[in-house]
Design a protein around this ligand. Structure first.
Ligand SMILES: Cc1cc2nc3c(=O)[nH]c(=O)nc-3n(C[C@H](O)[C@H](O)[C@H](O)COP(=O)(O)OP(=O)(O)OC[C@H]3O[C@@H](n4cnc5c(N)ncnc54)[C@H](O)[C@@H]3O)c2cc1C
Ligand SMILES: NC(=O)c1ccc[n+]([C@@H]2O[C@H](COP(=O)([O-])OP(=O)(O)OC[C@H]3O[C@@H](n4cnc5c(N)ncnc54)[C@H](O)[C@@H]3O)[C@@H](O)[C@H]2O)c1
Length: 474
């Protein structure tokens, strides 16, 4: 026995729920299937609880600049970790409840693990469904070695970190991608003695060695970083021993942040009749999300190319729309934008330094250690670099670790998205005193390289115009 439906969505994360919004506009004959807890990775164990922890950590960290501001008594403050974690969960639960409520599909949502039986057949909880269209959005899970399970709650991932009633005094963090960088700094700022283990000198997804070179010592000022062999974990009388080559550290708990793996096991992608790649994924078009020429679409982090919330949501919408299009359409994707919420914020906008390698580019920079507004706020650290095409002056990308970098990165993304040149960016008004003046310095330095005279002062931000026709006051 089987049931016929029009559309079946596998996975109710941010991508699956975005697809659901499109599907509901087009048919009532749908089913969304989710394995495990509802409420999305982002709200439950990802973006939201991590930012909640970071905000608490940064609030406490601000006490370190109080003396400089002339505010005394900061030494009296202390962190109540159970209270911090309670607030994280409490607000997080509200975000999760909102997500569940907004996406409620009544009896057309079921809990269970879906297995494909072919491009139009899916089994869930022992029942077979035949669907005209299938959207697969099963996301990822933290990379975790089976051997570590015996160490119980001493080895955490972001799936379990925020559920802890409290945390140990000493923690190791494996990996300094976005998760590791954000969490290592936040835990250190909450007073935990953190040692990060990495296999190579890289952090926060930065590819520009100068920007990484600016961020690295700032991180090292807050927690120890060991670069070496892949870390091994062993039970120890006083916790867990983390071993990397000759380097050994005993900690109370370990946070594994060494990446995420796509949820493809047991999904039955091999029944689609197409060749799977080394990650177990079928061939699909990144702009239309269609798998080969099948009525099957892929969305979200399952495809690791752009494993970020706004991209997962875009992909869900694209998949949902294209599932009903006679001829699936390719959508122009947004300018790349990735922000790691360390302090200073690390960000990559547009094309990264690595992606531009070998191209004829002009680079402008600003070192925030002497930037006015950053000094006023006692946040004067970091480096921002902009990359522009030498031939056209168009801004191509940027990498940074900068105070309020999250906002500067959005401004730059808007410019890259709209194909603006460095000179066009310099035409925008910039207030005083703001951090954007730092960005302007970087742009001016880039612009000065097109000037015959060279040097910062050779460039005017305003384009010359006929005095009779422009610059007239109303
Ligand atoms: C700690 C952390 C912090 C993050 N912070 C940010 C951030 O600040 N900004 C940002 O942009 N991004 C952030 N991200 C990334 C963001 O969370 C993801 O891009 C997003 O959640 C991906 O959504 P998704 O729908 O692809 O996957 P998910 O939300 O994981 O949804 C997939 C769903 O499919 C289910 N599933 C799996 N297999 C099956 C099956 N066989 N049958 C049925 N259901 C199945 C899963 O259980 C899950 O519920 C963060 C991630 C983490 C881990
Ligand atoms: N602010 C944000 O937008 C944000 C925050 C967190 C996560 N995310 C997203 O979630 C996804 C997962 O992030 P992530 O940081 O877990 O993964 P990641 O793949 O970005 O980083 C993992 C890092 O761990 C290193 N590593 C791998 N094995 C290791 C080992 N054995 N020991 C030490 N280091 C090891 C890798 O070289 C890599 O640098 C990413 O796609 C990221 O974009 C985004």
């Amino acid at each position: 026995m089987h049931e016929n439906i029009d559309t079946l969505i596998i996975g109710a994360g941010s991508a699956g729920l975005a697809a659901l919004r499109e599907v509901r506009k087009r048919t009532d004959s749908f089913l969304i299937v989710n394995d495990g807890p509802w409420g999305t990775t982002c709200a439950r164990v990802g973006c939201m609880p991590s930012k909640l922890l970071i905000e608490a950590a940064n609030a406490f960290h601000r006490r370190n600049s109080f003396e400089a501001f002339g505010i005394r008594g900061a030494g009296q403050l202390h962190v109540d970790l159970p209270a911090v974690l309670h607030r994280v969960r409490s607000l997080r639960d509200g975000f999760v409840a909102g997500t569940i409520q907004d996406s409620d599909a009544g009896d057309r949502q079921i809990s269970g693990r879906a297995h494909l039986l072919g491009p139009d057949r899916v089994s869930v909880n022992g029942k077979e469904y035949r669907a005209r269209r299938i959207i697969i959005a099963t996301g990822t899970r933290p990379r975790f070695e089976n051997a570590w399970r015996s160490l119980g709650d001493r080895v955490l991932t972001t799936d379990s970190l925020f559920e802890q009633p409290t945390l140990g005094r000493r923690m190791a963090v494996l990996g300094l991608g976005a998760v590791g960088t954000e969490m290592a700094q936040a835990l250190a700022r909450l007073g935990i003695e953190v040692t990060a283990f990495v296999t190579r000198r890289s952090a926060a997804g930065l590819s520009d060695p100068e920007v990484l070179g600016a961020l690295w010592p700032l991180l090292e000022r807050e927690f120890a970083i060991h670069v070496g062999e892949r870390a091994r974990l062993a039970a120890h009388a006083h916790g867990v021993e983390v071993i990397s080559g000759d380097h050994r550290v005993v900690v109370d708990q370990v946070l594994v942040a060494s990446g995420r793996v796509p949820n493809v096991e047991g999904l039955g992608l091999d029944t689609l009749g197409v060749t799977l790649d080394e990650h177990g994924l079928p061939p699909f078009d990144r702009n239309s999300r269609q798998v080969a020429d099948l009525p099957v679409f892929i969305a979200g982090d399952l495809d690791p190319a752009r494993a970020l919330l706004h991209e997962a949501v875009d992909e869900g919408h694209i998949a949902g729309m294209n599932a009903f299009a006679g001829q699936p359409q390719g959508f122009r994707r947004r300018t790349a934008l990735a922000i790691t919420f360390s302090q200073p914020n690390a960000a990559v906008v547009g094309r990264s330094f690595k992606e531009l390698s070998g191209e004829d580019i002009v680079i402008g920079h600003i070192d925030f250690s002497r930037q006015g507004r950053a000094r006023i706020a006692q946040e004067n650290a970091g480096l921002l670099r902009v990359y522009a095409d030498r031939a056209t002056g168009r801004l191509l990308g940027s990498e940074m670790c900068a105070p309020a970098g999250e906002h500067l990165a959005h401004l730059l993304a808007l410019a890259v998205n709209n194909g603006l040149t460095v000179q066009q960016m310099l035409n925008m008004p910039i207030y005083h005193p703001v951090l954007e003046e730092g960005l302007r310095t970087a742009l001016r330095r880039a612009a000065s390289q097109w000037s015959a005279k060279g040097g910062d002062k050779a460039v005017s931000d305003l384009e010359a115009c006929d005095l009779n026709r422009c610059g007239v006051m109303d």
